[in-house]
Design a protein. Structure first.
Length: 293
């Protein structure tokens, strides 16, 4: 589903942001492609974690086979679809379980990243995308107009629980000597809870992505909010390439006009550059039109 969205919106320009501030144009499809690639990495991690944790042992109280034949261990593990842990104590070492929980935490964080991106893009002042909102659904008991991103917020919230549970798994690794039971009570909570929570937020994210509302007009409007500032690097590089101006000088020229546009309510970067002789002697009107289109 994420891959399909990446292909569907590969040619839909949107603004890219760094530090929350408009940076340069990109495409909405690229956002989804980044998510798709990250989820693929998590799929591979999950397969590795599943393999890592699928071991068993029946080697006695401290792993010495003092009262049991290793063949029995092999037989039982095979019947259960497990590999024999090559070396164990009274229990399978808990680094395996910690790794599994860590993968759950990383995957949950990836889903949190996706949910957070949607939440930010759904803010009223932009409303570039929006999670599904069904007929008759209420966003607020006090404000009838509200369309809150409650599913994505739920995903973000539960991802915090999963990440917190990773710490429990890490602490369970350091058992006393050949085994104590401090890990057992904690694992009975964090292993099933984290697994179920991740399955739940995966299902919810699939629903959100499948039914996501995308508003191209709002995306285009947001692209123009800074009145051409997002092309400042293209202007900078053109001045350096065509005018043989040293980078620092070209940077100061563009920055001077960019800061003035930030301070203005109406001026555009293009209108200021057109009036600057330092720019016009290097870049033609066509050059500016091509750069700032």
């Amino acid at each position: 589903m994420v891959r399909e969205k990446a292909i569907q919106y590969k040619n839909l320009p949107c603004i890219g942001r760094s530090h929350g501030i408009h940076a340069e144009p990109m495409t909405l499809g690229l956002k989804f492609a980044l998510f798709f690639e990250e989820l693929n990495r998590n799929r591979k991690r999950m397969a590795e974690a599943r393999n890592e944790i699928a071991v068993g042992k029946l080697s006695g109280a401290v792993g010495t086979y003092s009262n049991i034949d290793p063949e029995i261990e092999t037989y039982v593990c095979e019947k259960m679809g497990l590999r024999v842990d090559p070396i164990a104590t009274q229990v399978v070492s808990r680094d395996r379980h910690a790794f599994y929980l860590s993968v759950l935490g990383v995957t949950a964080s990836s889903l949190d990243r996706m949910a957070t991106e949607i939440r930010l893009l759904q803010k009223t002042e932009g409303r570039e995308v929006e999670e599904p909102f069904s007929a008759g659904q209420k966003g607020s008991s006090a404000m009838p107009h509200k369309r809150n991103p409650v599913i994505c917020e739920r995903i973000s919230g539960l991802s915090r629980v999963i990440r917190a549970n990773v710490n429990v798994g890490l602490q369970d690794v350091a058992l006393w000597h050949e085994r104590d039971i401090s890990h057992s009570s904690a694992e009975r909570v964090v292993l099933p809870d984290s697994t179920i929570a991740l399955e739940y937020i995966l299902d919810k994210m699939l629903f959100v992505i499948k039914n996501l509302h995308v508003y191209p007009d709002a995306i285009e409007r947001t692209l123009g909010v800074t009145r051409g500032l997002v092309f400042s690097q293209k202007v900078l590089l053109a001045l350096i390439e065509k005018g043989k101006i040293i980078r620092e000088e070209a940077y100061l020229i563009v920055q001077e006009h960019a800061m003035a546009v930030w301070a203005s309510q109406s001026e555009t970067l293009k209108s200021r550059l057109e009036k600057d002789d330092r720019v016009s002697k290097v870049l033609t009107q066509k050059d500016l039109d091509d750069i700032l289109k």
